[in-house]
Design a protein around this ligand. Structure first.
Ligand code: GAP
Length: 536
């Protein structure tokens, strides 16, 4: 199956349209059509129900270290600019950065220079922050690395001019500006993709604000509010679904990398000693959810990040990835990241620790030479009422994209098979085998023919079912063609009113995937549909 066929079905059947299409579209922005909006709502509702409202907080779920509570939040898209300073997004989300795994320091990729130098039969690329003193700094670093004294300075054989680290394709032979060993710099990562706006009448920098690039920070800054208002003990998960915005350099692959998208995030607060067990629990729980929603396990993988790949806040991250049709054979695209964020965020919002300690190069100093800003200064630690234990909770973050999940469900559902038409001749059929919980329309109500009172009775059934489900009434064209249209929309059941219905008040119910039909009473329709949706 090709991505082009899916994109074309999405447009033809009203799942997805390019934003502002009549003006030529806007890259990285997508609109959900009548079927798409229902599908995406169902994805979000399934997530919310399974993770939050229907969560069993009285039992220890399989794989969980203990019972836990779940609550929801809905925060604003524009937040106090300080939030983004403390989260690291303001300083770090705007460029390519490299981290040193050894010293935990971070550098702008384009602000490190280096030179090749050879001594004792080894050749390395030694780096230093771009400055007038860089050569002096590099020389000192090279002498130390090769264990040479100043008097042996001539043993250093320098090659070429100083060049920017951006010229290097591999960092294996690179000595970071403060590192003792080679190859400790991570691959460069892009930052500060935040959209800027201005709040109120102020158009200067005093009014500058940002559209959130993740929903997570709204949860961190409300951690104490949720804790105090709900009186929960830890472990506690706080969930949020909402729009996020990133000014992606290269939006691509349909909705996969958009500039406006929706996230479904949980920040799970727990005792540091239990955080590794919770991390394992959430990785497995979230992978299982995609299986439960109909994604074949063969198309889904869990990939643990190598230390090199970890984001600045992360102690460990596993991505749940799907074999999207636009990926090369054997490659997968990220659906969700499950991260162990440690106490990074709560600490940053308390102390502004990130910039003071870990990010000396981007630290902004005021006229007095002190950091221009700090954390909130509020105590975001947790005190357990029963044990009196006080600590900064660790956080496990399952962070999913609602649009990427929706796209994966669309790709997974797209199936082409052969089915007999009205005359028994085999025909190709496109069928969207969406999980019934996710299907935009749950049932199509079809009079077999447009006469003999069948449309009237069908409309009665339709209006009755409409109170409970999103259903669709269709009387146009041959019934076989109407089945095909329903199959393409992913509608799991077709209820057909025929001659027999008028006699015994029974209808046929047709299953989308098998096309099998059975007869049920009109009165049973609601319960049968409900049972089948719930049982997948
Ligand atoms: N709070 C952590 C966080 O935001 P992330 O990996 O940057 O982590 C989480 O984003 C999820 O959000 C991704 O797994 C993906 O599903 C979705 N996402 C991120 N950027 C996206 C984009 N540009 N377009 C669509 N979805 C995106």
């Amino acid at each position: 199956m090709s991505m082009d066929s899916i994109v074309s079905l999405c447009k033809r059947r009203g799942f997805l349209f390019q934003s502002s299409e009549i003006y030529g579209g806007l890259q990285g922005f997508w609109d959900y059509g009548p079927l798409g909006v229902e599908l995406k709502r169902n994805v979000k509702e399934a997530w919310w129900s399974d993770m939050v409202t229907a969560h069993d907080d009285m039992s220890t779920l399989a794989g969980a270290p203990s019972p836990y509570a779940m609550e929801g939040l809905d925060c604003t898209i524009i937040m106090h600019p300080q939030v983004w300073k403390c989260s690291g997004h303001y300083d770090l989300f705007h460029d390519f950065m490299v981290d040193c795994r050894e010293t935990k320091k971070r550098y702008r990729h384009d602000q490190l220079n280096g030179r090749w130098v050879e001594a004792k039969g080894n050749k390395i690329f030694v780096t230093a922050p771009a400055s007038d003193e860089e050569q002096g700094h590099m020389t000192k670093r090279a002498l130390k690395f090769f264990n040479l004294r100043n008097k042996h300075i001539d043993d250093l054989k320098w090659e070429g001019e100083s060049t920017c680290l951006t010229e290097m394709t591999s960092f294996e032979e690179v000595l970071g500006p403060d590192a003792k060993t080679l190859g400790t710099l991570t691959e460069p990562r892009e930052f500060n993709l935040m959209f800027k706006t201005y709040v109120g009448a102020l158009s200067g920098e005093e009014g500058a604000a940002y559209l959130r690039p993740e929903t997570a920070q709204g949860i961190f800054v409300n951690f104490k509010n949720v804790l105090d208002s709900t009186r929960h003990r830890l472990p506690l998960g706080i969930a949020q679904i909402g729009k996020s915005f990133r000014n992606e350099i290269t939006p691509r692959n349909f909705t996969f990398r958009s500039r406006e998208f929706e996230q479904m995030e949980i920040e799970f607060f727990c005792h540091p000693d239990q955080s590794k067990d919770w991390y394992m629990y959430w990785r497995d729980r979230r992978l299982k959810w995609y299986h439960e929603m109909g994604i074949d396990s063969g198309n889904l993988i869990m990939r643990e990040h190598s230390p090199k790949e970890l984001a600045h806040y992360s102690i460990g991250t596993a991505d749940i990835e799907y074999a999207f049709p636009f990926m090369a054979e054997g490659e997968y695209g990220e659906l969700e990241g499950v991260s162990h964020r440690g106490d990074f965020d709560l600490r940053s919002h308390m102390e502004g620790k990130l910039d003071e300690k870990s990010n000396p190069l981007t630290l902004q100093l005021g006229d007095d030479g002190k950091p221009k800003w700090k954390g909130s200064g509020k105590d975001l630690n947790y005190r357990d009422d029963l044990t009196n234990d006080k600590y900064t909770p660790h956080v496990i973050e399952p962070s999913a994209g609602a649009d990427r999940a929706t796209l994966a469900f669309l790709c997974e559902a797209y199936t082409v098979d052969q089915q007999p038409d009205d005359k028994g001749k085999m025909q190709e059929r496109i069928v969207m085998k969406l999980h019934p919980r996710l299907a935009p329309i749950k049932a199509a109500i079809l009079p077999l023919v447009k006469k003999d009172g069948m449309p009237e009775l069908s409309k009665e059934i339709y209006l009755d079912l409409k109170k409970h489900f999103n259903v669709f009434y269709d009387e146009k064209g041959a019934v076989g063609r109407r089945y095909r249209r329903s199959d393409e929309a992913g509608t799991p059941y077709c209820i057909t009113v025929d001659g027999q219905t008028l006699e015994d008040k029974t209808v046929t119910i047709r299953e989308r995937d098998t096309t099998e039909q059975s007869r049920i009473k009109i009165d049973e329709c609601e319960q049968v549909i409900r049972d089948r949706i719930n049982n997948g």
